[in-house]
Design a protein around this ligand. Structure first.
Ligand code: GLN
Length: 194
């Protein structure tokens, strides 16, 4: 069994945990550096990336989280989580420091207002059974990808929606707010321990 932490500072962490529990992972909510100990993977949920960044800083999580990833812990970020994983955030607040776990530049709030949120399906490489369900809520846009970054999902117009670099997976949408567990299963099966 894999031990997966869900960063529980703000946002949709309960929904992620429920999905991972359903897939048979050992899960743990993570708020403080010591709770990163022994994790095979960590999920950074969607929510509000400015709030999560502030709490990461207050909890002294930046260094320990980067170090754990450097030692092999896989990281899966959705929406605000994806924003924080980037090396560079366009539209960042002055005090919003990226974790810089991936060689991508990301643009906040590229898909309009909260009221424009919508559910759709998108293709996802490495996942069986056709397109996956995806909820978009003020989603970010991957603006610039380094050469080691692979696009796993793209919109019809070529817009990247999910990207992977080694043990880092970042997704612009919210799979955890649908009933489709396949992106989480992909994380557990293909990214964790890769
Ligand atoms: N717009 C939010 C941010 O910048 C992300 C939205 C989300 O996670 N659904 O943090």
């Amino acid at each position: 069994r894999k031990t997966i932490g869900v960063l529980a500072l703000q946002g949709a962490f309960r929904e992620h945990r429920r999905m991972l529990d359903g897939l048979g992972a050992d899960t743990r909510l993570v708020r403080w550096p010591g709770e990163l100990e022994g994790l095979d993977g960590l999920v950074i949920p969607g929510g509000e990336s400015t709030a999560i960044a502030k709490l990461l800083d207050i909890h002294g999580m930046y260094g320990p989280l980067r170090a754990a990833h450097g030692r092999g812990m896989a990281v899966f970020g959705t929406c605000a989580g994806a924003i924080l994983m980037a090396r560079d955030i366009e539209g960042a607040r002055p005090d919003q420091e990226p974790l810089a776990l991936m060689d991508v530049r990301i643009r906040r709030n590229a898909y309009g207002r909260q009221i424009d949120s919508f559910e759709t399906t998108v293709p996802f490489a490495g996942v069986e059974g056709g397109p996956v369900k995806a909820m978009f809520i003020r989603a970010p846009r991957f603006a610039d990808l380094g050469s080691g970054v692979r696009v796993l999902s793209a919109a019809d117009d070529g817009e990247p929606l999910a990207v992977r670099e080694g043990r880092a997976l970042a997704v612009a949408f919210h799979p955890e707010l649908t009933d489709d567990v396949r992106v989480h299963a992909y994380f557990l099966g293909s990214v964790v321990g890769a």
